[in-house]
Design a protein around this ligand. Structure first.
Ligand SMILES: Nc1ncnc2c1ncn2[C@@H]1O[C@H](COP(=O)(O)OP(=O)(O)OP(=O)(O)O)[C@@H](O)[C@H]1O
Length: 266
C-alpha cells in the first residue's frame, strides 16, 4: 500500500446523502467525513441505514441527493468511478467468486483496479480476465494474503468459513490500494483469529494514513478501533463523537434499548 496522503487531510467527504426505497427513507440527509489516518465507526440497529450509506458512498446505489468528494474531486455516480478514485469496500454478505481459489479472488482486486472496471469482479467474466498472471502478481497476492494472515491460497473460496471469506474480501480490497476502505460488518461470523487479522489490517491502514469506515453490530469492537463514531437510526445521524462519548450517550441508550423496535448491540 502506498502512502500519498498527509495525516489529518480530508480524504472522503460525503454531504447530504439521501436514499428512499418506496416509503422508507433509508438514508436521510447524512454527511460523513473521513480523514487520513482515521477510523470512522458506523453503528446503529438493524435497518438504521448503514449498508445503504456504504452503498451510496461506493456507488453501488445511486443517491437521490448529495455529493461525494475524494480529495478535491467530486465523484461521478457508479461503482467503477468510485473504485478508480480510491474507494474500496467489503460486503455484509461476502461477494467472492466461490468457484475460484483464494489466490484468484485476491488477484481480482488489483486486476479490477488495473482495468478500472468492476466487471472483472463479476462471476463468469473473471475466468478470462485473470489468466495468465505474472509472477509479480503472485508475489502481490502472497503479500496481501499475509497482511490478513491467510494461508493455503489454493483452496476454493466456497470451501472457506465465513470469517475466512471476509479476510479474502479484505485482502482483495487492499489490492486496489484504496485511500478509504469501507468494511461492512467484517467481524460477523469471524472467529478470534479473523477478528485479530481484520483489526490488525485496520491498524496498519491507520498508520499509513488511509481512511477506514467500519460498520459492525459489535459496538464494543467498533468503539475499540474507531477514532470517531457515527450512530445512525432510521436513516439519520443521531450522535457523532468519540467512541467513549457515543457509548455513554443517551442516544445510544435510546436507539438500542429505548424503543420497542430497537435491538441490543451484540
Ligand atoms: N434494496 C432495497 N429495497 C428496499 N428497501 C431497502 C433496500 N435496501 C435497504 N432497504 C431498507 O432501507 C432501510 C435501511 O436498510 P440498511 O440495510 O441500509 O440498514 P442497516 O443499518 O445496514 O441494517 P442491518 O444492520 O440489518 O444490515 C431498511 O428499512 C431496509 O429495509
Amino acid at each position: 500500500m502506498t502512502n500519498l496522503t498527509k495525516a489529518g487531510e480530508v480524504l472522503l467527504s460525503a454531504t447530504g446523502l439521501r436514499k428512499r426505497y418506496g416509503g422508507v427513507v433509508a438514508v436521510d440527509d447524512v454527511t460523513v467525513e473521513v480523514r487520513a489516518g482515521e477510523v470512522l465507526g458506523l453503528v446503529g440497529p438493524n435497518g438504521a441505514g448503514k449498508t445503504t450509506l456504504v452503498d451510496l458512498i461506493t456507488g453501488a446505489q445511486v443517491s437521490d441527493a448529495g455529493t461525494i468528494r475524494v480529495g478535491d474531486r467530486t465523484l461521478p455516480a457508479g461503482a467503477a468511478a468510485r473504485a478508480a478514485s480510491g474507494l474500496a469496500r467489503t460486503f455484509q454478505h461476502p461477494q467472492l467468486a466461490m468457484d475460484l481459489s483464494v489466490r484468484d479472488n485476491i488477484a481480482l482486486g488489483f486486476i479490477a483496479a488495473r482495468h478500472r472496471s468492476v466487471a472483472a469482479l463479476i462471476g463468469g467474466a473473471v475466468h478470462g480476465v485473470i489468466q495468465p498472471r505474472h509472477r509479480a502478481d503472485d508475489e502481490l497476492v502472497a503479500r496481501l494474503a499475509a497482511e490478513v494472515h491467510l494461508s493455503d491460497l489454493d483452496r476454493l473460496a466456497g470451501d472457506l468459513t465465513l470469517g475466512e471469506q471476509r479476510l479474502v474480501e479484505v485482502a482483495r480490497a487492499l489490492g486496489a490500494d484504496p485511500r478509504v476502505l469501507l468494511l461492512d460488518e467484517p467481524f460477523a461470523g469471524a472467529d478470534g483469529s479473523g477478528v485479530g487479522g481484520i483489526s490488525e489490517v485496520i491498524a496498519i491502514l491507520k498508520r499509513r494514513d488511509h481512511g477506514v469506515i467500519l460498520v459492525d453490530h459489535n459496538v464494543d469492537l467498533v468503539a475499540g478501533l474507531a477514532d470517531r463514531v457515527l450512530l445512525l437510526d432510521l436513516g439519520r445521524v443521531v450522535f457523532e463523537g468519540s467512541p467513549r462519548d457515543c457509548m455513554q450517550s443517551q442516544e445510544m441508550q435510546q436507539v438500542y434499548f429505548g424503543t420497542a423496535t430497537a435491538k441490543a448491540p451484540a
